[in-house]
Design a protein around this ligand. Structure first.
Ligand SMILES: NC(=O)c1ccc[n+]([C@@H]2O[C@H](COP(=O)([O-])OP(=O)(O)OC[C@H]3O[C@@H](n4cnc5c(N)ncnc54)[C@H](O)[C@@H]3O)[C@@H](O)[C@H]2O)c1
Length: 396
C-alpha cells in the first residue's frame, strides 16, 4: 500500500491552502519541514511566520516574517494557522486566529487550563472553525489494530491500559525557554511538566485506546507528582490514573529523570491472556498472545493533511479540540497540587548544561507503578511518599 492510499481524499485539483505559522523556531521547524513537503504536492503555501524573537535563521526564501500573529493575520489572511508557541500563549493566539476566520492546528497540550479550554471550545463553536490538536501519534494506524485485536479476544479479557515513558532531559533542555519547567510565568498559567509536554502523547494515546473522549466519562484522576529537578516548579516524575465510566482504567508512569539512552515510550493494553505494547513514537506494536509475540509496523496519517481534508470535504478530524476534555482533566489534576521535591536516591550526573538528575532504578519503579495500576508509593519505591498523591474530580 502506498502512502497515498491512506489519504481520505484526493487533494489534486484543489488550490494550495494559505497557511500561517506562529512560532517559527523550536517545534515550528518540524511544521515548516512538513509544510515544505505539502507545498511540493501543491496542497499548501506557507504565507508567513510570526515570531517575536525574529525570523528563524533557516526561514524559507520568499516567506514573510511578522513580529506577531496579529500582523501576519492582517497582512496575509491565512486560511489555516499552525500554532507552535509556548503553552501559555496557545489560548490567546488560537482565539485570535479563529476571530480572523482561520482554521487552527494547535500544538499540544491544547491550552494551560480547563478554563482556557472551555473558552476556546466556545470560540471555535461561535466562529464555526475547526481545530486540530497536535497529538500527532493519534494518526497511527496501529490504534485501529489495537481495537480490533482487543475485540477479537487476542489478549483475553482486557484489564488495564498503561503508559510508560522513561526519558532523560538535561539543564540545557529546561533552560531553552523561560517557560520550560514552569507552572506559572508572569501571571500566566503555563502548566509545563512531563505529562503535559514531553511525554504528553502517552496520556492522549491511552485515552484514545480507552475511547474516553468526553469529560462526563471521567470519574476521577489520581496523581502522584515528584520533581528531581529542584529548580523547576514542574513535575518531572509522575504517575497518573484515570478511571472512567464504561472504559478500562488507565495507569501511566512518566519521568524525565531516566538514566539516558532514551527508548520509545510505550502505551499498552494488558489482558488476562496477553498484552499489546505500542511504541507510539515509531508506530511499532508488539502483540503478545501469552508467550508468542509478533512485531507489527504501521503508517500514520499526518494531522495537517487530515485538517486540510476536513476543511475541504468533511473528513473527520483525528484529534479535534472538542475530544480532548479528558486530556485537559489530566492536565488540571496535575496542576491541583505541587510536586514533592526528591533528593533521596537521586544522582545528578553530567556537569553544566548537560547535568541531569537520575533517579535510582527509575525504569523498574515506573514499570511497577504503571502496571500495578497503583503508583510509585504503593509499589514501595523507596523515595516515594503517599503525601505526593491526590485525587481530582471533575466539576459537574
Ligand atoms: N507535537 C510534538 O511532538 C511537540 C514536540 C515539541 C514541542 N511541541 C509543542 O510545541 C510548542 C512549542 O514548543 P517549543 O519547545 O518549540 O517552544 P520554544 O519556546 O522552544 O519555541 C517556541 C517558538 O515560539 C516563539 N513565540 C513565543 N511567543 C510567541 C508568540 N506570541 N507568537 C509567535 N511566536 C511566539 C518563540 O520565539 C519560539 O521561536 C509547545 O506547545 C510544545 O508543547 C510539540
Amino acid at each position: 500500500m502506498t502512502n497515498d492510499d491512506h489519504h481520505h481524499n484526493d487533494r489534486s485539483g484543489r488550490r494550495p491552502v494559505r497557511v500561517g505559522l506562529a512560532g517559527g523556531s523550536g517545534f515550528g521547524r518540524v511544521h515548516r519541514a512538513n509544510l515544505a513537503r505539502l507545498a511540493e504536492q501543491g496542497s499548501t503555501r506557507l504565507v508567513g511566520v510570526a515570531d517575536p524573537a525574529g525570523p528563524p535563521d533557516d526561514l524559507e526564501a520568499g516567506v514573510g516574517h511578522f513580529g506577531s500573529l496579529t500582523d501576519l493575520l492582517a497582512a496575509e489572511q491565512p486560511e489555516v494557522v499552525i500554532i507552535a508557541t509556548p503553552i501559555h500563549t496557545h489560548a490567546v493566539l488560537a482565539e485570535e486566529a479563529f476571530r480572523a476566520g482561520a482554521h487552527v492546528y494547535l500544538e499540544k497540550p491544547p491550552v494551560a487550563s480547563m478554563a482556557e479550554y472551555d473558552r476556546l471550545v466556545a470560540v471555535a463553536a461561535e466562529t464555526g472553525l475547526s481545530c486540530q490538536i497536535g497529538f500527532q501519534a493519534l494518526g497511527s494506524h496501529a490504534l485501529q489494530r489495537i481495537a480490533d485485536l482487543v475485540a477479537d479476544g487476542a489478549i483475553g479479557e482486557p484489564r488495564l491500559i498503561t503508559g510508560l515513558g522513561v526519558w532523560s532531559r538535561d539543564l540545557a533542555y529546561f533552560n531553552r525557554s523561560p517557560w520550560s519547567g514552569r507552572r506559572r510565568l508572569d501571571g500566566h498559567q503555563v502548566s509545563d511538566g512531563v505529562a503535559t509536554n514531553a511525554l504528553a502523547h502517552s496520556i492522549a494515546q491511552a485515552l484514545r485506546i480507552a475511547d474516553v473522549r468526553a469529560l462526563d466519562q471521567v470519574k476521577d484522576v489520581r496523581t502522584e507528582l515528584y520533581k528531581a529537578n529542584l529548580d523547576n516548579e514542574s513535575d518531572d516524575t509522575t504517575w497518573i490514573r484515570v478511571d472512567s465510566d464504561g472504559a478500562l482504567p488507565i495507569s501511566v508512569a512518566l519521568t524525565l529523570c531516566g538514566p539516558g539512552n532514551d527508548q520509545p515510550p510505550t502505551v499498552s493494553v494488558i489482558g488476562s491472556e496477553g498484552r499489546l505494547d505500542l511504541q507510539y513514537t515509531i508506530d511499532v506494536l508488539t502483540v503478545d498472545r501469552g508467550g508468542e509475540t509478533e512485531r507489527l509496523e504501521f503508517d500514520r496519517d499526518d494531522l495537517t493533511e487530515n485538517l486540510l481534508d476536513h476543511c475541504a470535504d468533511g473528513a473527520p478530524l483525528i484529534s479535534p479540540l472538542t475530544g480532548h476534555a479528558p486530556y485537559m482533566a489530566v492536565l488540571e489534576a496535575i496542576q491541583a497540587g505541587d510536586p514533592l521535591p526528591l533528593t533521596d536516591d537521586v544522582d545528578v550526573q553530567g556537569t553544566g548544561a548537560q547535568s541531569h538528575p537520575v533517579i535510582k532504578d527509575i525504569e523498574r519503579w515506573s514499570r511497577l507503578a504503571a502496571e500495578s495500576g497503583e503508583g510509585f508509593s504503593a509499589v514501595g519505591a523507596p523515595w516515594a511518599d503517599p503525601v505526593a498523591r491526590s485525587t481530582w474530580f471533575p466539576h459537574r
